[in-house]
Design a protein around this ligand. Structure first.
Ligand code: NDP
Length: 271
């Protein structure tokens, strides 16, 4: 794929953060974008702003944990633009609690949104992506490369996404389907504010300095480059590359580094 121009790109979690940045960036690059998330009012506003700037956008309010709503998102894309070239499974939530303390329902919710949301969208979009020899992109995380303490459910959901997507890639090896797992590191967004605590309530604040992180727009551009180059794995910054590299040669050292790095967070659930 030389560029995203005139390609139909379906993006889940497009009402905020990385998904919103992808929608705006890809539309500006000439793509026809289809936005999905639960907050329909926000999607409508983003789509209207994209159209006002000469872009092409459709939207569909969708809770990705509901298969029939994912089917409706895919239908919106096909009915509006006729085909699907790229599906970006980006909708996601995070958590912050030790496994000792966390209610099991929190881990179920993480799996429902991050893993099952990906599976649900892929199920309905797959025939269209096979027809276009298009791309499926899963927005995983550095936490999907190595376990992140205080985030058992989050890391597990991202590892599960990877296992699912890798298998999908192999099953479609002779059908021309491209499958990429993208692993951003810390990126300034709403994800930490919305992250679930041990009892399932939202954290409502961020324990980290959001101004020192990558921007969602930077992530969106790197993911677009990965799609154009049909990469398997998209690492974005030093922490992602270092994690990928050190894990191969010194995984026990990486355990210690991750412990040390995350224990430094204010109010860390472990010291
Ligand atoms: P945000 O919280 O800003 O955005 C999350 C998006 O997911 C929102 O649009 C939200 O929309 C949507 N979403 C949440 N639950 C559902 C649901 N049940 N159904 C449909 N949409 C849902 O976070 P980010 O932009 O940071 O996160 C995007 C992805 O990037 C996530 O998968 C996250 O794990 C990943 N990531 C983020 C990193 C970071 O540091 N920010 C680092 C690594 C990976 P709505 O509420 O309207 O449904």
């Amino acid at each position: 794929m030389k560029s995203l121009k005139n390609k139909t790109v379906v993006i889940t979690g497009a009402s905020s953060g990385i998904g919103e940045a992808m929608a705006r960036e890809y539309a500006a690059a000439g793509a026809r974008v289809v936005l999905g998330a639960r907050n329909g009012a926000k999607l409508e506003q983003i789509a209207a702003e994209i159209r006002a700037q000469g872009g092409r956008a459709a939207w569909c309010a969708v809770d990705v944990t509901q298969p029939e709503e994912c089917a409706a998102l895919v239908r919106t894309a096909v009915d509006t633009f006729g085909s699907i070239d790229v599906l970006v499974c980006n909708a996601g939530i995070s958590m912050r609690a030790l496994f000792d303390d966390v209610e099991l329902d929190v881990l179920h919710r993480l799996m429902d949104v991050n893993f099952w949301g990906t599976v649900n969208c892929c199920k309905y979009a797959l025939p269209h992506l096979q027809a276009s020899k298009g791309s499926i992109v899963g927005i995983s995380s550095v936490a999907g490369l190595h376990g992140l303490p205080g985030r058992t459910g989050y890391s597990a959901s991202k590892y599960a996404m990877t296992g699912f997507l890798e298998t999908l890639r192999i099953e479609n090896l002779k059908k021309g389907l491209h499958v990429m797992v993208a692993c951003p590191g810390f990126t300034a967004s709403n994800v930490r504010f919305a992250a679930l605590t041990a009892d399932g309530s939202q954290q409502g604040e961020t324990p980290r300095d959001e101004s020192k992180m990558m921007t969602p727009e930077e992530v969106a551009r790197i993911v677009a480059r990965g799609i154009r180059r049909r990469k398997r794995l998209c690492l974005m910054e030093a922490e992602g590359r270092a994690t990928h590299f050190v894990k191969k040669f010194a995984p026990a050292l990486l355990d210690r580094l991750f412990y040390w790095f995350m224990a430094k967070e204010p109010d860390s659930p472990f010291k």
